[in-house]
Design a protein. Structure first.
Length: 105
């Protein structure tokens, strides 16, 4: 881990930086660094099982975390519709995908 003298950005500033770097058509917004800095748009497939931070438009709700499974689509928000964003916090395997917990019927 490298030291940095830069002050952390607010969530709002971070969102605008990602939005400015949006890649057309992929459903992902790019940030700096690895996959944990990517933002995902509603309607695109979830790339991997994990815990995602949900960031709503214009702060109608504070950011919160959810579990998403691959193949599911990131959903639109009932209030901010397609302006909601998802950010991978950490990967976490689904318990029933683990070989020690698979039902072998």
């Amino acid at each position: 881990m490298r030291a940095t003298s830069q002050k952390p950005q607010s969530k709002k500033a971070e969102f605008h930086n990602f939005r400015a770097e949006e890649r057309g058509g992929t459903g992902r917004l790019r940030g700096r660094g690895g996959s944990h800095n990517k933002m995902f748009l509603p309607g695109v497939p979830v790339p991997e099982t994990g815990i995602y931070e949900v960031i709503h438009d214009r702060g109608h709700r504070t950011a919160h975390e959810v579990v998403m499974h691959p193949g599911d689509l990131f959903p639109p928000c009932d209030q901010c519709d397609m302006r909601v964003r998802f950010k991978l916090v950490r990967t976490a395997p689904y318990i029933f995908d683990d070989e020690d917990f698979v039902d072998e019927q």
